[in-house]
Each structure stands twice: as structure tokens, then as C-alpha cells.
Ligand binder design. Structure first.
Ligand code: FAD
Length: 402
């Protein structure tokens, strides 16, 4: 696609983060090129669990995290898994992750996440309406399930932090769980219910709707791999595979998810970013098994009634950007789903793996790259990029356009 006017801002990455930013900038008058090697929404943003989790202000690195490292290394069914062969590459990030578990660092991260999540539910509801896809936004709450007090105790600090931040959490017994979700296995006896939380029922279609609105408003989408980024006399020079000449922009926003570190490294912009690979298993049919986002909290598994079927999402695998998906990880999710929802037993299912872009302290990097005028960072959204996308877009647009 070509245009006679040179866009002034290039946004690299058309995931939910980059596409939200491109749309926000375009709506406020900027000339914007959105570049992705793939169709919008096909990266990590494709297969997530769709949860708008405003209350998820608890970082992943919590006090005591060191104790979980042996299980991560040895148990390939653990919700957190790190294959031995990737340990040397992951070590610098892991050390920062462990350092982020200090109580003061945890409180600081939680405060920043709470600020970023404020208003997320209403913002996504309004966005879905504006995009003409209100049916994708389901505000029916999130139900987190525990089998017993012992399992709940492991997450007690996190729930206290959520309540202290002002989120309303309702405790349910087995009858309360059944009243909301009769199909849930009798194994689960305790429910914690966030009644005002919401779900995007098709994350891909949501990003596609944003991209369509961006193009309809005069934005340009280019499907190409960005091969290099350099500061030149005419601004930022962006080279893509397949284009002979570099294009110049006043501003470039790097929103390339887990791949952002590789794009920024040649510029000397260090980014402690690591991929936490997550998987989903999606059953064709079976979406009536639950009627809202249900979290099997002891297994760290999200169960979502998506438009296309029942999606079971979860697991964290730290194994880098290059290794192929490990089907054993997806198989664990499938097994957990079938054990807890017998109706799924004979249904066909597809699997998927995506790269969550994760910072050690779970706080995304949003704003100008120090020492590089015109270069902006919007990455590191980890487990919550869908939730955080619209606030990220607002922050970048405010800072970039003044
Ligand atoms: C199993 C799972 C469940 C999840 N559930 C939730 C949830 O319920 N709620 C929530 O809020 N979040 C959830 N997440 C996290 C969320 O999906 C991510 O945080 C979010 O998708 C990150 O968005 P992004 O735009 O930064 O990255 P991506 O969606 O990965 O987009 C990055 C884009 O950059 C492009 N790109 C990279 N390098 C280049 C290059 N050199 N040239 C051109 N293009 C390039 C890629 O093609 C890609 O499209 C989940 C994640 C997983 C894996």
C-alpha cells in the first residue's frame, strides 16, 4: 500500500497494543503507518483468554518465588516451566525477576499496575461499542475457583492486595459457585467472584475491528517485516524486508511484543524483556460449559466461552522465541479441562502457543526511549496486554502529541 503523504508516526507491531496505539494516534490527527509482518492481531493477541482483568495488579514475582524454581525446572506439568537447555539464556532475566519479588518492589509494581488498570473495564466496553462490535464485550464477572482453604492460602496475599486496592471480591461456597456455574467440577468448593469484570469473546476479531476503524479513519497498514531502525538526518529510518528504500518518520513506536528487544538492541536500548510462552486448547463446541470467565486458580488455568468454542488458556514456559511449541504443555491444559468438564471429553480441540512479552516486575514499558528523541516504547505487557492496551494507547498518544 502506498500514500502520497509520508506518515509521521510508524507503529511497529499490530497486536492489540500497537493497533490500539495506531488508532488513538490517528483519531487525534497524526499520520500513522502501522507495520506488521503478519495480519493485525495474529501475534500473542490472537490466542489470549480475553479477560479484562482490572484487578490483576499482583505481579508474577511475589515473595517466596525462589522456592518455586526447582518445580519449574523439574516438573514439566508445573504451571511455570523452564527447560534446562534455556536456563543460561534466561538467567539474567530470572535474577531480575527474583529481585522484583522484594516486598517493596512488589508494592511499587502493584501501585503502577493499579494506576494503569483504572477505568479499563469501561474503556473496553466503550471501545467495543464504538467499533460496532458490542457483542464481543461480556460483563458477567470472573469466577476464581479453589478446591480448599490450603490452595486459597497460597494466593491469600494477592487477594488481600486486590481488596486493599479497592476491588470488590465476593466469597462463594459450593452452592454459590453452582448458582453461577452449575457445570463446574465438584472438586471446587471455594469461589472468589469479581462481579464487575469482563471478557472479550474473540480477541482476534477485536483487534481486526480496531484495525478496520484505523484504516477507515485514514490510517495505513503495511504488511512487512521491519528489519532495522536507525536515527538519521530526516528522522527515524525504518527498513522493511521487500522495500528497497528506508522510510523516514518523525516518531516510531515499538510495540512489537516479545520481539521488541531484538529490534531495540542494535540501538543500544536495553530491555529486560523475556517471552513467557503461553498455550491454549480450544474445543470446538463446549462453549456452554461455562457462561463467563472461570479461573481454575489452583492450576492457573483460564476457561473462557469464546465465540468459536471453549478456550482453555494458561501455563508459563520460559523457552525463548525460537523453540517450536511443546505440545506436552498444551496437552496438560487439555487434560485439566477434560478432567474438570466431562462434557469436553469427546470434543475436537485445536492448540496454540503465543509469546507473552514479560518484564521481570510485570510492569510494561510505556513512554519515550531515554536518549532517543522520537522513539517510543510500548511493550512488556506480559499476561495483561489486552487489559492494558487502551490505557497504553492513551498514554502514548498523550505524550507523543502533547
Ligand atoms: C495463553 C495466554 C492467555 C492470555 N490471556 C490474557 C487475558 O486474558 N487478558 C489479558 O489482558 N492478556 C492476556 N494475555 C496476554 C496478552 O495476550 C498479551 O499481553 C498481548 O497480546 C501482547 O500484545 P502485543 O501487541 O504487545 O504483542 P503481540 O500481539 O505479540 O503483537 C506484536 C506484533 O509485532 C509483530 N512484529 C514483531 N516483530 C516485528 C517486526 N520485526 N516487523 C514487523 N512486525 C513485527 C508481530 O508479528 C506481532 O503481530 C494472554 C497471553 C497468553 C499467551
Amino acid at each position: 500500500m502506498t500514500t502520497s503523504v509520508s506518515p509521521q508516526v510508524a507503529v511497529i507491531g499490530a497486536g492489540v497494543v500497537g493497533t490500539s496505539i495506531a488508532l488513538a494516534l490517528r483519531r487525534r490527527g497524526a499520520e500513522v503507518l502501522l507495520v506488521d509482518r503478519d495480519e493485525p492481531g495474529r501475534g500473542c493477541s490472537y490466542g489470549n483468554s480475553g479477560a479484562i482483568s482490572a484487578a490483576s495488579i499482583v505481579p508474577l514475582a511475589m515473595p517466596g518465588v525462589l522456592a518455586s524454581v526447582p518445580a519449574m525446572l523439574l516438573d514439566d506439568e508445573s504451571p511455570l516451566y523452564l527447560p534446562w537447555r534455556y536456563l543460561p539464556a534466561a538467567l539474567p532475566w530470572l535474577l531480575r525477576f527474583v529481585a522484583s519479588a522484594r516486598p517493596a518492589a512488589v508494592q511499587a509494581a502493584a501501585a503502577r499496575l493499579a494506576e494503569l488498570h483504572a477505568g479499563a473495564l469501561d474503556a473496553h466496553e466503550a471501545m467495543a461499542r464504538e467499533l460496532g462490535v458490542p457483542e464481543l464485550f461480556l460483563r458477567r464477572g470472573h469466577l476464581h475457583l479453589y478446591p480448599d482453604e490450603q490452595a486459597l492460602a497460597k494466593d491469600a496475599t494477592g487477594w488481600r492486595m486486590r481488596e486493599a486496592a479497592g476491588f470488590r471480591v465476593e466469597r462463594l461456597d459450593r452452592a454459590g459457585i453452582e448458582a453461577l456455574e452449575p457445570g463446574v467440577s465438584t472438586r471446587y468448593r471455594i469461589g472468589l467472584y469479581l462481579a464487575d469484570h469482563a471478557t472479550i469473546l474473540n480477541p482476534l476479531r477485536y483487534v481486526q475491528a480496531m484495525a478496520s476503524a484505523f484504516v477507515a479513519g485514514g490510517g495505513e497498514v503495511l504488511r512487512a517485516e521491519v528489519t532495522s531502525l536507525a536515527q538519521g538526518p530526516g528522522g527515524w529510518q525504518l527498513r522493511t524486508a521487500g522495500e528497497a528504500d528506508a522510510r523516514a518518520f518523525q516518531h516510531v513506536v515499538v510495540a512489537a511484543g516479545a520481539w521488541s528487544r531484538g529490534l531495540l538492541a542494535p540501538l543500544g536500548v536495553p530491555l529486560a524483556l523475556e517471552s513467557q510462552r503461553g498455550y491454549h486448547v480450544q474445543f470446538t463446541g463446549g462453549r456452554d460449559v461455562v457462561s463467563r470467565t472461570v479461573v481454575l486458580a489452583d492450576r492457573k488455568v483460564f476457561v473462557t466461552p469464546m465465540e468459536q468454542g471453549l478456550r482453555i488458556g494458561g501455563t508459563v514456559e520460559i523457552a525463548g522465541l525460537r523453540a517450536p511449541p511443546d505440545e506436552r504443555r498444551a496437552a496438560v491444559l487439555g487434560r485439566i479441562a477434560r478432567e474438570n468438564f466431562p462434557a469436553l471429553r469427546d470434543l475436537p480441540a485445536q492448540t496454540w502457543m503465543g509469546h507473552r512479552p514479560c518484564m521481570p516486575d510485570s510492569v510494561p514499558v510505556i513512554g519515550p526511549a531515554p536518549g532517543h528523541p522520537g522513539l517510543w516504547l510500548a511493550t512488556g505487557h506480559g499476561h495483561l496486554g489486552l487489559t492494558q492496551s487502551l490505557a497504553t494507547a492513551r498514554r502514548i498518544a498523550d505524550a507523543l502529541l502533547g
